[in-house]
Structure formats: structure tokens, C-alpha cells
Design a protein around this ligand. Structure first.
Ligand SMILES: [Mg+2]
Length: 333
């Protein structure tokens, strides 16, 4: 069964392909399992290609054939693989996290994201996040000069005890990135996400080795995971873009084996995919703070959130499967 949805965003979302004000996607249900495909331009296949793949998966006779129908369509595969994992976990009467790992965490730390506003706005947002219990704050950088961004980060470091990260979304030249890494060196910035354009692995490799780490995010859309390990201290894993929590868990283990830290984030998904990403994060031992506190980016959602943020952490639902209840869908599935 496939059901389409459209959810308004609480505020517009900047993507590599322009600004969007809604998230459109599909719920895919089969047997007792429910999954979600919410394509995002620049990261996954387009909406129409996703729907075509899901229709083929819906017609397939087996889970294997359904997954094969999603070849090349990561958002569709996220939905189908999640429905399969959810069905299996429900049958075994265990949570998704327990079906992914022997001893998953009971809760996972998450970061707050602070926009690219003025020094005053940046500090106000970071302070509000710290007061809500977030221990890690990720600040958007790259829209202003390196000097201005360094001033913003210095102000946050002075005004909060939160661990600091920055995300440049590939905005800098190599020269700007070097200046930024030098300027951030004494501010306790854990890492900068995607300082350089996605394809510049050599430039990222050159930035490593100092006190500020390099995290790669957009680079995963252009390169195989194994090819980016020399250029990264950390990789940002988005199940929707990688084709499912199963693939993302494999990627996390591959990264750890290569000495690279995995962080899990959503692509501003609805509650089913977002909650599945929480289970995934719980299956990665000692996972660093993850980008899973994205429910508030949506003005509406498909169902009640079984995994809200509390004190900078998300408690992993203990119900069988992913723990999201979509009453009419579960009845049909
Ligand atoms: Mg990023």
C-alpha cells in the first residue's frame, strides 16, 4: 500500500536546489511493516521517480523483489527496507533498535541547529538551545565572512557551555576554509561540516590534522563512502539519502572500522523515517550527538511523535518495530 503526503514546514528550508516550504513523500506499507520515503532535491531521486519505484515495489511478490525495484532510488528504498525491518521487528516483538543491534542505547544525544544570523541572533538561539538541555550546538556558517563567522562562534563559546560544531554546506574556497580552521582553532569547535564543495576531497584531506575536525555530508552524494575516509574525521549519514537504515548502519560500521566517526541525521523527514533514524543511531555504540532534533522543522506531522527531544536527548521507543502508529495504515497493512 502506498499513501502520499504533504506536510507544511514550520519555516522555509534552504536546499541545494532552492527553497522549499513543504515536505512531500510517501508511506509504504506491506505485511505489518510501515516505511517512509520523503525525497529531497540534491540528496535523493525526485518525487515522481520515487513514486514509480514504490509502485513497482508494491506490485512485487517478495521483499527481495520489492527492494530490487528500488535500485537507484534511495528514498524509495528507505521506505521499503524500513517497512521490511519494521515488519520483522514487530513479528519478533522487539524494537527496531533491538533488531539492529544486540545492546542498543536507551537514548541518543542530539544537537541543536543554529541559523546563520547576526552575532546577537546566533547567541540568542544557542543560549535558548543550551537552556533546553542541548549539550551540542551546530552553527550554520559560510553565508558571512570568515571573520564574522569566527566572531559568532566566539560569542557562542563565551556565552554557553555547549560543545560547538559548524556547518558550511560547501560554501568556502580552500583559502577561506584554511582561514576559518585557523580562526576556529582556539574556540573548541569539534568539527566543521562540509567546509568545501562536495567533490573536493583533496582539499578536505588537507584541512585535517588540526584541532578542528572535518565532517563530510554533501560529499556522500558524489563519492562512495570508502573513497572519502582519507578526507574526513566524521561522516554525516542520512538514511533517506543512503537508501535505508540497513545501509546506513553498514556505512556506520565501515566508517568506524576506518577510524571515522559516524553521525546520523535526517533529511527533515516525517515521523516514521525520523524515528527510524533514532533507532539507527541507538544501534551505533557511543554515537556522537546526532542531527535528529528536526521534528520542529515541520508545522504538522503524520502521527504523534513517539521520540520527542528531552534535555538534548531522544529516548528510543521500546514498542515493537519503530514505534510509530499510523492507525489507518497499520490497519490496512
Ligand atoms: Mg550538513
Amino acid at each position: 500500500m502506498i499513501r502520499s503526503f504533504s506536510l507544511p514546514l514550520a519555516r522555509p528550508l534552504e536546499t541545494a536546489r532552492g527553497t522549499i516550504d513543504e515536505r512531500r513523500g510517501f508511506i509504504f506499507a506491506r505485511n505489518s511493516g510501515v516505511g517512509e520515503a520523503t525525497p529531497l532535491a540534491g540528496w535523493t531521486e525526485p518525487l515522481d521517480a520515487c513514486e514509480t519505484a514504490l509502485e513497482a515495489a508494491d506490485d512485487a511478490d517478495s521483499w527481495d523483489d520489492a527492494l530490487a525495484a528500488c535500485q537507484g532510488s534511495p528514498a524509495a528504498r528507505n521506505a521499503v527496507s524500513l517497512a521490511k525491518l519494521d515488519a520483522e521487528a514487530r513479528n519478533e516483538n522487539v524494537s527496531l533498535a533491538h533488531s539492529l543491534a544486540d545492546d542498543p542505547a536507551e537514548s541518543v544525544p542530539v544537537n541543536a541547529t543554529v541559523g546563520d544570523g547576526s552575532v546577537e541572533a546566533t547567541v540568542a538561539e544557542a543560549r535558548a538551545a543550551a537552556e533546553r538541555g542541548f549539550e551540542t550546538v551546530k552553527v550554520k556558517v559560510g553565508a558571512r565572512s570568515v571573520e564574522a563567522d569566527a566572531e559568532r562562534l566566539r560569542a557562542v563559546a563565551d556565552e554557553t557551555d555547549a560543545a560547538l560544531r559548524a556547518d558550511a554546506n560547501g560554501a568556502w574556497t580552500r583559502k577561506q576554509a584554511r582561514e576559518a580552521f585557523d580562526a576556529f582553532a582556539d574556540l573548541g569547535v569539534e568539527y566543521v561540516e562540509q567546509p568545501l564543495p562536495a567533490d573536493d576531497l583533496a582539499g578536505h584531506a588537507d584541512l585535517r590534522g588540526g584541532p578542528v575536525g572535518v565532517a563530510l555530508d554533501e560529499s556522500l552524494t558524489e563519492h562512495a563512502l570508502a573513497d572519502i575516509f582519507d578526507a574526513a574525521d566524521c561522516v554525516v549519514l542520512k538514511p533517506m539519502a543512503l537508501g535505508g537504515v540497513d545501509r546506513a548502519l553498514d556505512a556506520a560500521r565501515e566508517a568506524r572500522d576506518a577510524g571515522v566517526e559516524p553521525v546520523v541525521t535526517t533529511t527533515v523527514d516525517a515521523v516514521v523515517a525520523r524515528t527510524a533514524a533514532v533507532h539507527l543511531a541507538a544501534a551505533i555504540p557511543g554515537v556522537p550527538a546526532c542531527g535528529l532534533a528536526t521534528a520542529d522543522r515541520l508545522a504538522d506531522d503524520l502521527a504523534a511523535d513517539p521520540a520527542p527531544v528531552e534535555d538534548g536527548r531522544i529516548r528510543v521507543p521500546e514498542e515493537p518495530g519503530h514505534g510509530v502508529n499510523l492507525p489507518e495504515v497499520n490497519a490496512d497493512a
